[in-house]
Design a protein around this ligand. Sequence first.
Ligand SMILES: Cc1cc2nc3c(=O)[nH]c(=O)nc-3n(C[C@H](O)[C@H](O)[C@H](O)COP(=O)(O)OP(=O)(O)OC[C@H]3O[C@@H](n4cnc5c(N)ncnc54)[C@H](O)[C@@H]3O)c2cc1C
Length: 184
Amino acid sequence: MTRLPAVGNHCMPSWDIGFEDVDIPADALMGEPGQGLRNMGKTLAHSRTGQAALAIGLAQAACDAAKTYVIERRQFGQRIADFQVIRHRLVDMQTRVDQARLLLYYLCWLLSAGKPCRKETAQLKIVATETLEAVSAQAMHMTASFGYSQDTPLQRYWRDGRLFTFGEGANELQRDFVAREIGL
Ligand SMILES: Cc1cc2nc3c(=O)[nH]c(=O)nc-3n(C[C@H](O)[C@H](O)[C@H](O)COP(=O)(O)OP(=O)(O)OC[C@H]3O[C@@H](n4cnc5c(N)ncnc54)[C@H](O)[C@@H]3O)c2cc1C
């Protein structure tokens, strides 16, 4: 096992692991032989939903931090929040987070009702993780040197957010799933 130093998500250390000549006793088999991929697929619907929820929480935290900053910070004789371009940008950020959250609630309903949700799981993964990527970058820009400082949590949201667009299956793969589901 080799520890992999990661850019973010330091609460979840990463290790490179390998298996060689490992005998697995027959009574350790989980599920039916030949059904591994199908079973893992069911697990992924839940884990991708959890990951999307995490991404939405981080994106909301980035919005909140940016909002606090632009309300408090004054430049050119006024609050930064009073520049229309800043107000509109923050509204667009919050709207993206709210859209992702609504899709999350819909997917949770599908999952708990036991309804098919392959397309919606992939769509939520794309929407939530790309929302976090965009919103955390905009929040960093909006808070400038304050947000860039290691002493503030914004840089952590931004760093941690890099993982989500490829973790649990890169978003290109999610787009391939959606393409298949809509008959392309
Ligand atoms: C911090 C961290 C924690 C992790 N935790 C886990 C874990 O708990 N369990 C686990 O199983 N894995 C875990 N992973 C692995 C993670 O799921 C993989 O990093 C992810 O699936 C991408 O695989 P890869 O890194 O091998 O990238 P690659 O497969 O090398 O892909 C690199 C890039 O190529 C592009 N790409 C790849 N395939 C396609 C395609 N078909 N079409 C178009 N573009 C494509 C995408 O842009 C992709 O981001 C973790 C990774 C990190 C960094």
